[in-house]
Write a protein that binds this ligand. Structure first.
Ligand code: PMP
Length: 403
């Protein structure tokens, strides 16, 4: 029955991770996954999460019932609060728990494909590779187009290219995917002025913005700063913009395998919000019936308990602080060696990732000869650097660029 299935290439992030797993070289370094590790290369369980688990497991009434159709009420409420704070006063919104960021991106794509029926969805060039896959999977008839984003000659945002492409080529009812902070894969975020200009283009052209918020807390260590763009969209033009936010708690709570996320649709009226919510429930019913509950309870417990929330803020600082430290060390090691290239962006990039600018050929040499794994796009995952491997990584990059 299945002989005719065409062979399918594995997604490049998963392929790099698998290749590294199979590599037995003692010095191998996997710089491909977007997963926070501590300085011993272990996946970190946040102290706030450990405490929340204890609280939950000590509760004799803990059960494993199905959740309400919108998801765990506590999770939905804290997801809104972390995203919007009080900027939604008086606005109408539909929120649903979702299967982490991937599930939230899928849910919004399914929802918009059905109700908005956009001709085109716009992605930053480059973007998280799964964005395209999710939209193709949901509706291959929707055109996928890129707006310029990263200028690899300067390692900065091509603001003019981005705005003029959207002004010149986007059409009313198109969807635009925006990453709220700590852009994957470039590590470069719009300035506040640029966010204002992007919002203005969305209004002028009648585009529907979808924020992908997968790294709140990873850009600056502060959840309010990292939600600035979303809150700007929520409040500008007297709170009349309609948009969506696909939110993940994988990274900022270190709950990768628990699949905790949410989707918010910000609308103009209570009637629209109620209709959007009914539609989202219908999709979730057909696809998953109910969202997973344990991770959701962990997030809700932490955010609703002042002491645990305080601990979580410290955990975010620990993670973003280690990332900054590793960026500085890699920068120092490369500049000490006079490695060709301009590396100063390593110090100013934000969040988990940076582009090294290596050609695909050099990425392959780095992998084959030095056992250091980047993505083919040259993306390097900063949390996988440690004090134990950063010198080796820098020396390997240096060799690849000079020999
Ligand atoms: N959006 C972006 C930009 C991401 O980088 C990721 C994870 N790599 C996700 C969404 C989805 O993450 P998850 O499904 O693990 O929450």
């Amino acid at each position: 029955w299945f002989d005719e299935i065409p062979s399918i290439a594995t997604d490049s992030t998963l392929a790099a991770m698998e290749a590294c797993k199979a590599d037995t070289h003692e010095k191998k370094v996997d710089l491909s996954p977007g997963i926070y590790h501590d300085d011993n290369s272990s996946t970190w369980v946040l102290p706030s999460v450990k405490k929340a688990r204890e609280v939950l497991l000590a509760d004799k009434s803990l059960n494993h019932n199905l959740q309400p159709q919108n998801g765990h009420p506590g999770l939905v409420s804290v997801a809104r609060e972390l995203t919007f704070s009080d900027t939604l006063d008086g606005r109408s919104i539909a929120s649903m728990q979702a299967i982490s960021g991937t599930g939230a991106n899928h849910l919004v794509a399914r929802f918009l494909s059905d109700v908005l029926q956009p001709k085109t969805v716009w992605f930053s060039n480059p973007t998280w590779e799964n964005h395209r896959e999710i939209w193709r999977h949901v509706n291959p008839a929707i055109n996928q187009r890129n707006y310029p984003y990263y200028d690899d000659r300067t390692s900065t945002i091509d603001s003019q290219g981005m705005l003029s492409t959207l002004r010149g080529h986007a059409s009313r009812g198109d969807v635009i995917i925006l990453q709220a902070c700590a852009h994957n894969p470039t590590g470069v975020d719009p300035s506040r002025e640029l966010w204002e200009a992007i919002a203005a283009v969305c209004e002028e052209k009648g585009l529907f913005p979808v924020f992908d918020s997968a790294y709140q807390g990873f850009a600056t260590g502060n959840i309010d700063n990292d939600a600035w763009a979303i809150r700007h969209f929520a409040t500008r033009s007297n709170g009349t913009m309609e948009f969506a936010v696909a939110q993940s708690f994988s990274k900022n709570f270190g709950l990768y395998g628990e699949r905790v996320g949410a989707l918010h649709i910000v609308t103009r009226s209570n009637e629209s919000a109620a209709k959007a919510e009914a539609k989202l429930k219908k999709i979730q019913r057909a696809e998953i019936t109910s969202t997973p509950s344990f991770g959701a309870k962990i997030v809700a417990t932490i955010v609703q308990n002042p002491a645990l929330r305080e601990q979580w803020q410290q955990d975010l600082q620990t993670m973003s602080g280690r990332l900054q430290d590793m960026r500085k060390r890699l920068y120092d090691e490369l500049t000490k060696r006079n490695t060709p290239g301009n590396w100063s962006h390593l110090l100013t990039d934000i969040g988990m990732f940076s582009m090294t600018g290596l050609s695909p050929k050099r990425v392959a040499v780095l992998r084959n000869n030095f056992h250091v794994y980047l993505l083919p796009t040259s993306r390097l995952a900063v949390p996988c650097l440690t004090t134990g491997n950063v010198e080796y990584v820098a020396e390997s990059i240096h060799q690849v660029l000079t020999v």
